[in-house]
Design a protein around this ligand. Sequence first.
Ligand code: KIV
Length: 288
Amino acid sequence: MREEDGRKAKKITIQDLQTKKDLGEKIVRVTCYDYPMALLADRAGVDSVLVGDSLGMVVLGRENTVAVTMEEMIHHCRAVTRAVKHALVIGDLPFLSYQTSVQDAIRNAGRLLKEGNVDAVKLEGGKEFASTVRAIVEAGIPVVGHIGLTPQTVSKLGGFKVQGKDADAAKKILADAVSLEQAGAFMLTIECVPDRLAKLICERLIIPATGIGSGPYTDGQSLSLYDMIGLFDRFTPKFVKQYADVSEIILNALEEFSREVRKGSFPMQDHCFTLNDEVLKKVLDDVG
Ligand code: KIV
């Protein structure tokens, strides 16, 4: 579906996403961080946009997501929510904005809603964060849980690796999913777990769970828009399908611009503002 203008479309609600799961329809989510990309995502009719803390790597050039701050998240959430009128917007709670205390978690989740204008927040972690999720939900803030590969604890996990490959790890991730649902999360993100574990989780849950790098059986798919269009320079994870090579288009445009500037074929008369002869004469008379 292409919405001619996302602004005319009805706003997607949490209930709409639940209905999609109930009807067996897939949920489409992309991660983006800025106004022009969010505008395009909304026009394309995606169901949800995540303002991910992956912005630390993708648009701020850092090694991982750990250093992302609340101020950075709010700044990017505002840019995205100015553009999106249709999709449900989720903002990531950055590292140490919710781990320090339940009060901090509620306060910071509230800031993403009040200052970033998002519809819901996402936080990483399983069972150990169930009481935090419950408290945020009880404060009236919708929460998405994030299990499997949790990039904020990438050092503890030993790198960006597939999670839940042995029976104990798989059982823990399944238990995490169930406890987040019981705590009141309305949706989960399952990142980088084997396909049949993701399937099992989705079958056990009432709430929808979208996957990223977790195979085809999840209730929906999520990718970073920048990965999909070839705009992240560092690496392309195995699970990403690149739908376009926008870097190549931008490079070509920049090279052509450079060539034209150097040989003087840009700007042409069409790109100029003209000064009428009378004004020019007056200026020359005055300045000599
Ligand atoms: O920050 C992000 O982009 C995410 C996705 C990996 C789900 O959390």
